[in-house]
Design a protein around this ligand. Structure first.
Ligand code: MN
Length: 310
């Protein structure tokens, strides 16, 4: 099977429809389809953008009808935990309803909270796999780490078909191995910068940790290892990295696609077999929704990225 992979959508259905059209998918009885290809969505359907329901109403029928597959993003995982009561304290939820968490989830809640289909949608989110390991192709929202995947699938056999209650609870407790595993797979590897070094993220929050190029053995400094918007780069020090941060991912391994990192530069692969398809469609007008047309190749190529601008 040949696949078209699509990065983080974050509530922007209008560019999504244009991208599907550009890729040759046609809407038939409410389902966008291609006669020879299938979409793989990289997660983060929700939050931020104005068209929360519209996005779900496009992607969900495609996935349910077999015209697409998807992995879970950290925003879907957060939505599950925000919705789910803490079994040890039913007055609370697994993701606390703090001002910060509410603000991040606001447009989604405005579209779904108090409606008949809220609970049902959360249950559907729980059916999204954390990763896809297909023939010659790997897909995850942020970071491909086989050790953590093995840990989760040994202990939670349904991890890629239905997120079990006990996994959701454990993954919400900061001191658990499950938390570390889900956090890394869905949010990437991070390392702390030296001393008090910090920068401000896209929401203005101070950050002492940076998201890193987890596969990149050549990156020896914090700046070289940084993965994120170019605009933040000048705030990252050039000091040598003083921590273990790499995952053994060789150039001979199958290609892996992920989203999550809010890139803003020229669209290209990050290594011959590594590509991020999140180019910040939700950040601003002009942000890009990006796809990659994959036809079985192990080495990815720049001319197979397709994008639309918001
Ligand atoms: Mn994300």
């Amino acid at each position: 099977m040949n696949y078209d992979l699509i990065g983080d959508i974050h509530g922007h259905s209008e560019p999504l429809v244009r991208l599907l059209d550009r890729l040759g998918y046609r809407c038939d009885n409410g389902v966008y389809r291609h006669s020879e290809r299938q979409i793989i969505f990289l997660g983060d359907f929700i939050d931020r953008g104005p068209e929360q329901r519209e996005v779900i109403e496009i992607v969900r029928p495609m996935i349910d009808a077999g015209a697409a597959q998807a992995v879970m993003g950290n925003h879907e995982f957060n939505a599950i935990c925000y919705f789910t009561q803490d079994p040890e304290d039913p007055s609370r939820h697994l993701r606390v309803h703090s001002a910060k968490n509410q603000a991040q989830h606001k447009v989604f809640l405005e579209a779904y909270d108090g409606t008949r289909d809220y609970a049902e949608l959360i249950n559907w989110f729980r059916t999204l796999p954390l990763w896809l390991d297909l023939d010659g192709l790997r897909v995850i929202h942020a970071c491909w780490d086989e050790k953590l995947m093995r840990f989760l699938s040994d202990r939670y056999p349904t991890v890629n078909s239905f997120l079990a209650d006990d996994l959701i609870v454990k993954a919400s407790r900061r001191d658990s191995k499950e938390f570390k595993a889900v956090e890394t797979l869905l949010k990437g590897k991070e390392i702390r910068m030296p001393g008090d070094t910090m920068f401000r993220d896209k929401d203005g929050n101070p950050r002492h940790h940076i998201r890193i190029r987890w596969w990149d053995g050549k990156a020896r400094t914090y700046q070289a290892a940084f993965l994120g918007p170019d605009a933040a780069l000048s705030h990252i020090p050039e000091d040598p990295i003083d921590a273990e941060h790499l995952i053994d991912y060789s150039e001979g391994d199958p290609p892996v696609f992920f989203g999550h990192y809010w890139l803003d530069g020229e669209i290209d692969r990050l290594a011959p077999n590594i590509a991020c398809l999140d180019y910040s469609v939700a950040a601003k007008v002009g942000g890009k929704l990006v796809a990659y047309r994959w036809d079985g190749e192990q080495q990815l190529s720049k001319d197979k990225f397709v994008h639309v601008s918001r």
